[in-house]
Design a protein around this ligand. Structure first.
Ligand SMILES: *[C@@H]1O[C@H](CO)[C@@H](O)[C@H](O)[C@H]1NC(C)=O
Ligand SMILES: *[C@@H]1O[C@H](CO)[C@@H](O)[C@H](O)[C@H]1NC(C)=O
Ligand SMILES: *[C@@H]1O[C@H](CO)[C@@H](O)[C@H](O)[C@H]1NC(C)=O
Ligand SMILES: *[C@@H]1O[C@H](CO)[C@@H](O)[C@H](O)[C@H]1NC(C)=O
Ligand SMILES: *[C@@H]1O[C@H](CO)[C@@H](O)[C@H](O)[C@H]1NC(C)=O
Ligand SMILES: *[C@@H]1O[C@H](CO)[C@@H](O)[C@H](O)[C@H]1NC(C)=O
Ligand SMILES: *[C@@H]1O[C@H](CO)[C@@H](O)[C@H](O)[C@H]1NC(C)=O
Ligand SMILES: *[C@@H]1O[C@H](CO)[C@@H](O)[C@H](O)[C@H]1NC(C)=O
Ligand SMILES: *[C@@H]1O[C@H](CO)[C@@H](O)[C@H](O)[C@H]1NC(C)=O
Ligand SMILES: *[C@@H]1O[C@H](CO)[C@@H](O)[C@H](O)[C@H]1NC(C)=O
Ligand SMILES: *[C@@H]1O[C@H](CO)[C@@H](O)[C@H](O)[C@H]1NC(C)=O
Length: 867
């Protein structure tokens, strides 16, 4: 189980950086070494002049990518009167005194790069590193060709833009070139010159450079001394020739992230010195051929191209491999036993495939393994837990079905993360067990049939997240939880816990105690600066008032106290919480009216409001509705879906939420950030439905049923173009159903029953899919689907009863089919229910493997730290 959304950007960058470092560590060294030769006055002057071209802007510095100091620029040490060869980032020839290398990476340089820069006076320069600065979309000056002795050029991530100048091909001595992650375009003619002229080039890094117009074939003309070729995310298209595997010196080859690029792996039959191979988010053919085993020098292999079939046994030939990442493919069948040959392996990641069968016992021979992620597959049998070096173990969402004695983990003394959720495991604690896992930070034992708290966690002092949801743990929360003052995420939902909620839990970021038997009031006096982001106490027996000190929790995003016995007035004092997105008070004893005291900016980000089944009175909260900006701006659903979550360091945890949908309470396992709904049903709201309701254009669901609302259905509801379910039933609404509602083409559930509506039911679009039950209890309505037809004017039912039952029957069948399609779409779109799934729902999600439980993902730092 893992998270891509929020984490992926920084992780990707870090990852890219590490790879680039691997590629470049061998070539760029410009640390100033001591020298007795003073640099020439002219060169010192040129450097000082260069310095004045830029301002120093420390916000340009990117922590995590830069290893130099923050809030410091190398050029701050450049001062007149000091030998320039001793300046930071400057290196001179120890015989001639000429400046031969400049390393200005991460120097917080900010400003356009002048094409007449005095830098070009440094004709002896052999190495120039300008990476990780901000040149504000300057062009790379064509004057660069004046550096005829240049061997190394690195402008990684430094905000250059435009065409890569052809003059770059006039640097015949160039050995390494890194243009990655700017806004550069490399034209095919430039590339042709480049590969032709740079006969010495060994390292070519063009990731993130726009290569749309380049024919991949031209890369085959590169010098045979090539050791590194990085074309990540460069919009390459077409076929990449697999003769690349015959380059005699190629060690690092990165091609991922080019969706319209194809490479054929089936004839990689020659042996190759390749050590790092990354192919993902592209087309690598359908199956992984046995011949892949010929790449015997591989140390790091990442393949993620939707490959099918089994993992070939020949991977056992990769005896040098330290990291194997086959995530996000569709591999099926068992892991080949030959995996036991990969004695150097420190990281094995098979997340999200269709792998099945038992884990081969040979896995136990991988004694170096620190990171093991087999989650989201169909593995069965006993769980592998005898690899003593493991720090990260994720086996969640498989079919492991075993009685697991917790004692078996006692050997894993390096363990930091253990996720076993959502299998058929029964995890048993030995009462006499007395072991501890001192390094443990993240634990998820959701659905592990636990009947008590895992006592071995008791002395894991670094614990940051603990998820024990969906078990049958009884009794009180143990007191030792209060000693875990790092702890940020605690999810004990869906257990049989009783008693009062311990006061110490107020320091968490996420507290989820949903569906237990906690009673008493909420004991917290939340302190100033409270960091709480998600408080979920849904479905307990909590009474008393909502603590007013919740206003100190400025980060609060979700407050769900539904299904309790809280007796309070509407918490309008929460309206100043700028981050609040979900407020659920349903089924309590809230009372009084719901009115804003403020003119504007109340609940600006609120997207889900559920006040149903309380004792609220008075008019609908017009002023709030006017200010719900979070529901007004329908996010364009472009890009990948984003879910609400909290990130703590490298981990993240996805929120879940109970919603009422089609009359039943269901739990959303994830909350899409575009999900938006208002539930005010089962109260005593009165008056009319305000026109401004039509402004909440991103609403997916609106339920005002079982109130005392009067007047007409406002035609402005036509503006709720995202609306999928609308329930106005059991009110006193009168007049016609506005024809405008026909434009609600997303609507799949409509309930207008038990009102005083009259006239002809609108026809067309979704209205052709609703049945009688949408309208019953409105004697004045007529027209399809009701059996009453309308009079000539369409204002009254005619006395004539529709007779053609046969026709009606046929019509209903067609319509049902259509309606189901819409509901499927609705569910596929953003609802992932945890319980009460209909059968077809399960099968729909088989292909997509809905993620469940906590979503936490440790960065690969564990492995990186080890190796
Ligand atoms: C500093 O750089 C940032 C971009 O990294 C920019 O937004 C900001 O305006 C710059 N500040 C100054 C004073 O130029
Ligand atoms: C750099 O300076 C800023 C502002 O003064 C400060 O917030 C930040 O913590 C500093 N960073 C480091 C690493 O010292
Ligand atoms: C000059 O530096 C080179 C390395 O750049 C080194 O091999 C050589 O020994 C040095 N010569 C002197 C005289 O220090
Ligand atoms: C570079 O050109 C600009 C104008 O284009 C000029 O102001 C500046 O003085 C020139 N710098 C040098 C070092 O010649
Ligand atoms: C890449 O360059 C082409 C023109 O060569 C342009 O049409 C395309 O939009 C660019 N892609 C990106 C992502 O900028
Ligand atoms: C891939 O090609 C198709 C059409 O050939 C185009 O619509 C799509 O944008 C391309 N995707 C990428 C990521 O370049
Ligand atoms: C590679 O693996 C295959 C299948 O395991 C095996 O038959 C073959 O002998 C291996 N090749 C070498 C050179 O080890
Ligand atoms: C593990 O390695 C040993 C040799 O070091 C070998 O005898 C044994 O068969 C291997 N176990 C498995 C299950 O492959
Ligand atoms: C458990 O182990 C700790 C030390 O690790 C020891 O102090 C304690 O007495 C042990 N308790 C029992 C019941 O064995
Ligand atoms: C509904 O949309 C129309 C235009 O599409 C706009 O004129 C009208 O003001 C909107 N009504 C409301 C209540 O927002
Ligand atoms: C149709 O409407 C007209 C004018 O509103 C009315 O005079 C007439 O009686 C209506 N016809 C029926 C059949 O209701």
């Amino acid at each position: 189980m893992r998270i891509f959304t929020k984490l992926s950007a920084p992780l990707c960058l870090l990852f890219v950086f590490l790879c680039l470092k691997i590629a470049f560590s061998s070539s760029i060294h410009a640390s100033s070494f001591p020298t007795t030769h003073l640099c020439s006055h002219e060169e010192a002057l040129a450097l000082l002049q260069f310095k004045t071209s830029f301002s120093i802007n420390y916000t340009v510095y990117i922590p995590g990518l830069c290893d130099s100091k923050a809030n410091y620029s190398k050029i701050e040490s450049w001062k007149e009167g000091i030998d320039c060869c001793s300046w930071d980032g400057v290196s001179c020839d120890n015989v001639t005194g000429h400046v031969i290398a400049l390393n200005l990476s991460c120097s917080s340089l900010y400003g356009t790069f002048p094409s007449n820069s005095t830098l070009f006076f440094l004709r002896n320069l052999q190495s120039l590193n300008l990476a990780l600065n901000d040149f504000r979309f300057s062009k790379i000056p064509s004057e660069i060709s004046q550096f005829t002795r240049l061997k190394h050029l690195d402008v990684y991530f430094s905000q250059f833009s435009g065409q890569v100048p052809g003059e770059i091909a006039h640097l015949p001595k160039l050995v390494s070139l890194n243009l990655s992650y700017n806004s550069l375009i490399l034209e095919t003619t430039t590339l042709r010159y480049l590969v032709h002229n740079l006969s010495e080039v060994r390292e070519l890094v063009l990731s993130g450079v726009n290569l749309t117009s380049v024919n991949p074939r031209f890369f085959m003309n590169l010098s045979s001394s090539l050791t590194t070729l990085n074309l990540w995310e460069s919009e390459l298209r077409g076929n990449f020739p697999n003769s690349i595997f015959r380059f005699p010196n190629l060690k690092n080859f990165y091609l991922g992230g080019n969706r319209n690029l194809t490479i054929d792996l089936s004839s990689s039959n020659s042996s190759s010195p390749l050590q790092h191979l990354y192919l993902y988010d592209m087309d690598c053919g359908r199956r992984l051929p046995e011949s892949i085993g010929n790449l015997k020098s591989l140390q790091y292999l990442r393949l993620g191209c939707n490959l099918e079939g089994s993992i070939p046994a020949s991977i056992g030939n990769f005896t040098q491999l330290t990291s194997l990442d086959l995530t996000n493919n569709q591999f099926s069948g068992p892991i080949p036993a030959s995996i036991g040959n990969l004695r150097q392996l420190t990281s094995l990641d098979l997340y999200s495939n269709h792998l099945s069968g038992q884990i081969p016992s040979s896995l136990a021979n991988l004694t170096q393994l620190a990171f093991l992620d087999l989650s989201n597959n169909q593995f069965s049998g006993p769980i592998p837990a005898s690899i003593v070096n493991l720090s990260y173990l994720d086996l969640s969402s498989n079919h492991f079905s075993d009685l697991v004695e917790a004692d078996m983990f006692s050997v894993l003394q390096n363990l930091e993360t253990i996720f076993l959720s959502d299998n058929n495991l029964s995890l048993r604690m030995n009462v006499n067990a007395n072991f501890t896992l001192p390094m443990l930070t993240d634990v998820s034992f959701s659905s592990c049939n636990l009947s008590e708290f895992p006592n071995f966690i008791r002395h894991s002092n670094g614990l940051q997240s603990l998820v024990l949801s969906k078990n049958s743990i009884r009794g009180n929360i143990p007191e030792w939880i209060c000693e875990k003052d790092d702890l940020e995420i605690l999810d004990l939902s869906h257990n049989n816990l009783i008693g009062k909620i311990p006061n110490c839990l107020k320091f968490l970021s996420v507290l989820n105690l949903q569906a237990n038997y906690f009673d008493g009031n909420i004991p917290f006096g939340f302190p100033e600066g409270c960091g709480l982001q998600n408080l979920n106490l849904h479905g307990n027996q909590i009474d008393g008032l909502l603590p007013r000190s919740l206003v100190h929790c400025r980060m609060l995003e979700v407050l769900d106290v539904g299904n309790n016995n809280i007796s309070d007035t509407f918490p309008q004092w929460l309206e100043s919480l700028l981050e609040l997105q979900v407020l659920v008070l349903r089924s309590n004893k809230f009372h009084g009216s719901v009115q804003s005291t403020k003119e504007s900016s109340s609940f600006p980000k609120l997207r889900v409001l559920d006040l149903s089944s309380n004792y609220f009175v008075g008019a609908l909260p017009i002023r709030y509705i006017e200010n719900f900006n979070g529901m007004k701006d329908p996010h364009k659903d472009g890009g990948s879906p984003k879910y609400m979550m909290v990130s703590t360091g490298a981990n993240s945890y996805q929120y879940s939420l109970v919603v009422t949908w089609k009359g039943a309470e269901r739990e959303l396992q994830k909350i899409l950030t575009v999900f938006s709904s208002i539930h005010l049903s089962n109260n005593k709201f009165e008056g009319e439905i305000p026109d401004v309701m039509g402004k909440l254009s991103s609403l997916k669901g609106l339920n005002l049923s079982h109130n005392n609302l009067i007047g007409h259905i406002p035609p402005s509801l036509r503006n709720l173009t995202n609306l999928e379910w609308l329930d106005l039933s059991s009110n006193e609404l009168a007049g016609k159903i506005p024809d405008e509602l026909v434009s609600l083409t997303q609507l799949s559930v409509l309930n207008l029953s038990n009102n005083h509506l009259v006239g002809r039911i609108p026809q067309g679009n979704q209205f052709n899919t609703f049945g009688n039950d949408s309208y019953e209890g409105n004697p004045g309505l007529c027209g399809i689907p009701l059996s009453k037809s309308c009079d000539g004017n369409g204002t009254q039912p005619s006395s004539f009863q529709e007779k053609d039952e046969l026709w009606r029957f046929g019509w209903r069948v067609v319509v049902l089919g259509y309606g189901c399609g819409v509901v499927f779409g609705l569910l596929m779109g953003y609802l992932v229910f945890r319980t009460g799934k209909p059968k077809w729902f399960v099968s729909l999600f088989d292909g997509r493997r809905s993620q469940s439980g906590t979503k936490m993902r440790k960065a690969r730092r564990i492995v990186q730290r080890r190796s």
